[in-house]
Design a protein around this ligand. Sequence first.
Ligand SMILES: [Zn+2]
Length: 257
Amino acid sequence: MSDRHQVLVTMDSLRWDVFAAALMPFLKAFPYAQALTHGSYTLPAHAAFFAGRLPCTFAGSFDTCARSNRTPEGMPQWRLNNPETPGPGRYQLVGRNIVEGFKRKGYETIGTGGVSWFDPGKPAYVQAIDDFERYRWFGGFTHGAEQVDWIIEKVAASDRPCFVFINFGETHHPFRTSESDPRTEYAHGFRRCFEAQRRCAEHLDRLLERLFSAGSMKHADAVVCADHGDCFGEDGLWGHTFAHAKVLEVPIVKVST
Ligand SMILES: [Zn+2]
C-alpha cells in the first residue's frame, strides 16, 4: 500500500469546451487533456470509472498507451485484476470495483455523491457506493462546499491512506452553486447555459483548491474529470443521456499534492 491518498473527483456534466474556457487557476496548474468518457450519463460513466476505466485520451503527449485504457502520462491507473484488464497498471486492484479493491489493500474508503444517481435511497443508483466504509449523499446539486468539508474532516480522522471519491453536482443542470441562486434552464439558450456552467466550474476550482490545500489531504494522487458533458442546443439536442460529441467530450486532470 502506498502512503499517498488516492482521489477520484467527478464534476458532473462539465463540458470540455466549458472547462477550456473557464478560469480555473488551481486545476489548470496541473496536466489536463480533453478525453472521451465511457457513458452518456452518470450511471454508466461511473460504472466504468469504478471498474478502473477512466475517460480515454487519444492524442499528443498524454497518449501513453496504445490499448483501450489510455490515460495521461503518470496518471494513476486503477485497474481491476480481471480478464478485461490490460496491464500492468500502477494499481492492480482485486475486487468487484476499485472501492473494494482499495479497501482490500488497506485504504480507508470515503465517498460522497452530489447528483441523485448517488442517492442510496433510490431504487437504482451507482452501486459502488455500497462499498465505501464512509459514504454520504448530500441531497442536491449545491452542496460542494459541505462535501469538501466533510471529506477533509473524515480524512483527518483516519490513520490510514484513503481512497476518496467526490461527485459534484454544481456543474449539472440547472447550474447553481451555493453562491448563486438563480436556476439556469435549457430554455434560456446556449450562451446562458455555457456561462452558468462556466461559473459553476470556477466555483468547483476554488473548492478543489480548498480540498487539496487541507493538511489532511497532503500526499494525494488525484484524477479530476467530468463523467459526461451536456448538449446546449447542438443538433437540436439539450442535456445528456445520448451519445453526442458534446456529451462524450470531457476534461481530465491529474492532480498531485
Ligand atoms: Zn452525471
